[in-house]
Write a protein that binds this ligand. Sequence first.
Ligand code: NAD
Length: 443
Amino acid sequence: MKITVVGAGYVGLVTGACLSEMGNHVVCVDVDPRKIEMLNRGEVPIHEPGLDAIIRRNAAAGRLQFTTDVAAAVAHGTIQFIGVGTPPDEDGSADLQYVLAAARNIGRHMTDYKVIVDKSTVPVGTADKVRAAIAEVLAERGVDLEFAVVSNPEFLKEGAAIDDFMKPDRIVVGSDNERATLLMRAVYAPFMRNNDRLVVMDVRSAEFTKYAANAMLATRISFMNELALLADRVGADIEWVRRGIGSDPRIGTHFLYAGTGYGGSCFPKDVKALIRTGEQNGMTLGVLTAVEEANERQKLVLVQRVVERFGEDLRERTFALWGLAFKPNTDDMREAPSRVIVAELARRGARIQAYDPVAMPEAQRVLGDVPGFSVVPSQSAALEGADALLLVTEWKEFRNPDFDAIKAALKQPVIFDGRNLYDPALMQAFGIEYRGIGRNQRP
Ligand code: NAD
């Protein structure tokens, strides 16, 4: 099939690459010439495990192309996926300017039947806006062309995006048009040959489903984070509590980890956008408002622990920071808790020596101007001359480090563990002072 993907970011690139892997001819179009030049040189602008090989293979086979030429890209695909960004607007609602610009481009250049697929995360009612935007441009052109707009929210997780796309739990398609539904079935058939995981529903329910999923996951995280704070006060260990409740199949083990708060490009903005949708419809979403408040509070917890230990004035202090990306296996720093932690430590005069396996170039870009912040080439370099270690992202390589070396390198052997990776009893055995999140350590 001929497919166009608008937006060559995390979602667009994975979508385009995986669809080309199944034999489709895919053109990815982006307004950012730097990205497209990189891709055409064979470089992948983001870190996503397994993506490079798929892009290289399919680009070499001529099934995957990258361009900034909007007219050519629109002409190419019968199916036009829109995977552009939907950042939060000033009032928290999703900013649809990029989605609607992409829609107008399609209207401007299309000459035959198109199925426009909203893959970006967009509020309920956006498909109607996309339809209206295209219809308006077609009317200006004085042409009458058939098209359908469907919703197909993306559920991939950064860091595991290829697997998620290739072996999806479910594929949600919101469509009120039979021909478009048939084409969507054909697009996704190769990804579910043994069990049909396509859930076809009306467009609005599909749009809503994406927000509901992210809001539920964010709720679980904030719930556990709040309980972790209480666990410290009452003398309980949230890690035991997590295991105790996760074994109940009604609860399940996923997304029950206390930590430094959720971040990334999706949860914060999607929770905000759903709260805003509530307001626009005369409803206060109390649960989600609390979820967001708990998350803002949580991003500060690790720094509070540092201040409890070292005082407000951190001008003579240096901290090693392991992990900058908002989660492991990605270079994405959008809304990463590390950004708040670095800013709060720097505001108190501290120096921060940070290491991350892949996010350091991105960290340098977004945090490079923060006084006292520097990135260093290794875990051990971060520890050199530091007063304490802050563990912020749970990369696998941080799970079982050389604790003797940590103890020897730090001026005072203190670990502030923002991901509860380490065992408090083991830390005690190593003679390391340890502060986790909700590990029975009264503030
Ligand atoms: P991104 O910022 O990585 O990529 C968006 C790309 O769109 C950018 O390269 C940008 O230059 C391009 N773009 C903007 N306007 C354009 C236009 N008019 N024409 C062509 N290209 C244009 O964003 P992302 O993380 O891939 O997210 C995209 C959407 O998918 C968002 O709505 C997001 O909420 C949703 N989503 C993201 C994830 C994720 O894990 N990143 C998962 C599921 C859903």
